[in-house]
Write a new protein. Structure first.
Length: 395
């Protein structure tokens, strides 16, 4: 039985700067009046992808599509069955769903159930390589008393999944307060990791910084949104409190905050990966067991994205019988939906989030970001002119 929950939102959470809620023409839309000319002028911005070599991280991966993304759908049959199986205890031989094949993202998780020993060994080797390369820098952070918080898979694989290699991931994600970013980045670099262009992240314009060592990628996040200025509310005040010790130099967020950040990450992406549904189902079970729904409500109400969070939770309850109180879902659905419009900008194509980030910044950060954008456009244009000259000379 779920304990009674106080669903009265904190008044402080309901206060948002009105300047962030309107555009220049006063319509309340997040798209400016000069959308066409601006998009043509900065037509090359969408090509500067944060994953490309030498890129400066102008647009998040979720916004790199040329067409407007489809709204996220419910879990597919394999994912729903995997969620139900794990929520029931994950007994060996008890998976009730269809065969995932080798292309499904949950194939490593179900490798033992399907008898795919090769895939299971490959997934275990990938996890071991990532752990081995990260261990020295985490030990250094422990000695310097600057631990980082594991985020998403790098936490949940060891905390909730039946075996770590069952949770596939492309990189190791960490989240930390921005004031600690410089010290943590220094520790990674001293440990042999190579950082991408750090200017936008260090300036607080973007929230993501990529580092690489051999074939392993680590990402340092200071916010769940790639552009923190586009976030319509605020993150929980207790985000870095009550952390769980995962190992030397490594902590985990409290369960209710870990669930909230995974849901916000899902909302900020145009397509939801199957493994994120599994993450959410396992986190819901832990929040239910520990009686943390009231604390989750406080944080979710403050984000300004309550209706979107409710839709994700309702889909998971319908597909996998996740243990989420219906009263919680109804209360989140009744929150002000107007701030949900920001998600259309976050998932918009061709660099629109980049320009809207500039629109919603203020003070020195807007000036710094404008400088970075102008540099990107000029350098991109110069490269294009050089390629044109070389092609002309060859002809």
């Amino acid at each position: 039985m779920t304990a009674a929950i106080d669903l009265t939102p904190d008044k402080a959470y309901s206060c948002v700067n009105n300047r962030r809620k309107r555009d220049r023409n006063g319509s309340g839309s997040l798209q400016g009046r000069r959308r066409g000319p601006v998009r043509r002028r900065y037509r090359n911005i969408h090509r500067l992808h944060p994953h490309t070599k030498g890129g400066i991280g102008l647009i998040p991966p979720s916004a790199s599509s040329r067409s407007r993304p489809d709204p996220p759908g419910p879990p597919d049959p394999v994912t729903a069955a995997a969620c139900r199986w794990l929520l029931a205890g994950g007994a060996q031989g008890g998976y009730p769903g269809p065969h995932p094949g080798e292309e499904h993202q949950l194939a490593p998780l179900l490798a033992r159930e399907t008898g795919n020993r090769r895939l299971g060994l490959a997934s275990a080797a990938d996890w071991l390589r990532r752990e081995t390369l990260l261990q020295p820098v985490l030990a250094l952070l422990e000695r310097e008393e600057t631990p980082v918080f594991a985020f998403k898979g790098f936490d949940l694989a060891r905390s909730l999944y039946p075996f770590p290699e069952g949770r596939p991931m492309a990189d190791a994600d960490f989240i930390l307060p921005r004031e600690k970013l410089e010290r943590v980045l220094s520790a990674f670099v001293r440990s042999g990791w190579t950082a991408g262009a750090s200017g936008p992240c260090m300036a607080g314009v973007t929230s993501e910084l990529k580092l690489r060592l051999h074939s392993v990628t680590a990402e340092l996040h200071t916010h769940v949104f790639f552009y923190p200025d586009l976030f319509p509310g605020r993150l929980p005040a207790d985000l870095y409190e009550d952390g769980r010790v995962l190992g030397p130099g490594l902590r985990g967020l409290a369960w209710h905050n870990a669930l909230l950040l995974v849901l916000l990450h899902m909302l900020a992406n145009s397509r939801i990966r199957p493994v994120w549904w599994v993450d959410t189902a396992l986190l819901c079970a832990r929040v239910e067991d520990d009686g943390l729904w009231e604390r989750f409500w406080t944080g979710a109400a403050g984000t300004g994205l309550g209706p979107g969070i409710a839709k994700l939770l309702a889909s998971l309850v319908s597909a996998a019988d996740a243990p989420v109180p219906q009263r919680m879902i109804r209360a989140l659905e009744e929150l002000d939906p107007r701030r949900m419009r920001i998600l259309k900008t976050v998932g918009a194509p061709r660099g629109a989030p980049t320009l809207m980030g500039l629109r919603y910044m203020s003070g020195w950060r807007r000036i710094a970001w404008l400088h970075i954008l102008l540099w990107a456009v000029i350098s991109s244009g110069g490269s294009r002119d050089r390629r044109r000259r070389l092609w002309t000379e060859k002809r």
